[in-house]
Design a protein around this ligand. Structure first.
Ligand code: BJW
Ligand code: ZN
Length: 244
């Protein structure tokens, strides 16, 4: 891309370089170029099912075997993927910026793997599982490869330590996200469809608090109306170009 010529990219780069505090909100799109399927795009299907349909307490209650098969598939997939230039650009942005927070809806751990430090995982993490009864947490890598995993403490069913629809987000993560939104001069929103609450409201909240908003996505989203500038393009190309 010959981005320096693109006015949207130039404007976004200026907004970011003028800011002394930046909060980033990422979604599945930032990991798409690492080979991680998104939820709502063409690749968001598993055995003909929408990924978001399986990420629900109802699906787990009805058919825990199927939901665990879906998550085991994702864990296997994640074992073989690496951060892409978009993740690495965000880690570099953190190194350049005095105040920096990265709020992610992703559960894939790729931001930390890329070197980001101040990461707030509002939808939990696939790296851990927790007991449905006593809350005991265990690295997902230690789960048996087949069968329904049970708790080493109380023998009840384990589940992935992620946040499903209708479940509350972890309070410590929400508190950290609120603080990050309150303190930022600029919010950079990357690769999210902007339809899942509460994250879908973060950009508006930042804007109402006086922050400028930059969006990076392949296509316009409901958040584009809130953004000062939307840069259309793949995060793995746009984010490195934004840093210059
Ligand atoms: C690229 C790209 C490239 C592609 N470069 N871009 C208010 C109003 C209406 C409803 C609600 C409301 N408040 C709460 C709700 C209900 C619900 C909700 O929001 N529903 C809506 C869908 C209508 N929210 C909840 O239930 C949340 N809980 C809650 O609010 O609880 C309240 C409560 C309080 C007290 C007690 C009890 C309850 C929980 C939401 C949990 C979401 N969980 C999931 C699964 C996580 C685990 C897992 O991964 O398995 O999170 S669902 C799924 O969606 C996942 C994602 O993090 C999340 C967001 O998806 P994301 O990241 O935006 O991905 P996509 O695929 O949608 O979009 C990808 C984007 O990238 C696209 O725009 C592409 O164009 C772009 N892209 N390639 C740049 N290369
Ligand atoms: Zn237990």
């Amino acid at each position: 891309m010959s981005e320096p010529q693109r006015p949207d990219l130039r404007q976004a780069a200026t907004i970011l370089s003028d800011a002394s505090s930046i909060t980033v909100l990422t979604g599945a799109g930032v990991s798409a170029e690492s080979g991680v399927p998104t939820f709502r795009g063409a690749g968001g299907l598993w055995r003909g099912r929408r990924a978001a349909e399986l990420a629900t307490p109802g699906a787990f209650e009805r058919d825990p075997e199927e939901v665990w098969a879906f998550y085991r598939w994702r864990l296997e997939l994640l074992a073989g993927v690496e951060p892409n230039p978009g993740h690495r650009a965000l880690a570099e942005l953190e190194r350049r910026c005095d105040g920096f927070w990265l709020i992610t809806q992703n559960v894939d751990g790729l931001h930390r793997k890329a070197g980001s430090v101040n990461v707030i995982e509002i939808h939990g993490t696939l790296a851990e599982s927790r007991c449905t009864a006593c809350g005991f947490r265990q690295p997902s890598a230690e789960l048996p490869e087949a069968g329904l995993p049970t708790c080493p403490r109380c023998a009840e069913l384990m589940r992935p330590a992620v946040v499903w629809f209708g479940e509350a987000l972890p309070e410590h993560a929400m508190a950290a996200a609120r603080e990050a939104i309150r303190r930022c001069e600029v919010m950079l929103v990357v690769g999210t469809s902007g339809v899942v609450e509460p994250a879908a409201s973060f950009a508006l909240r930042a804007r109402t608090g006086g922050a400028r908003v930059v969006e990076v996505n392949l296509e316009p989203t409901p958040l584009s109306r809130v953004a000062d500038v939307s840069v259309l393009g793949p995060a793995g190309e746009v984010l490195p170009a934004l840093l210059g």
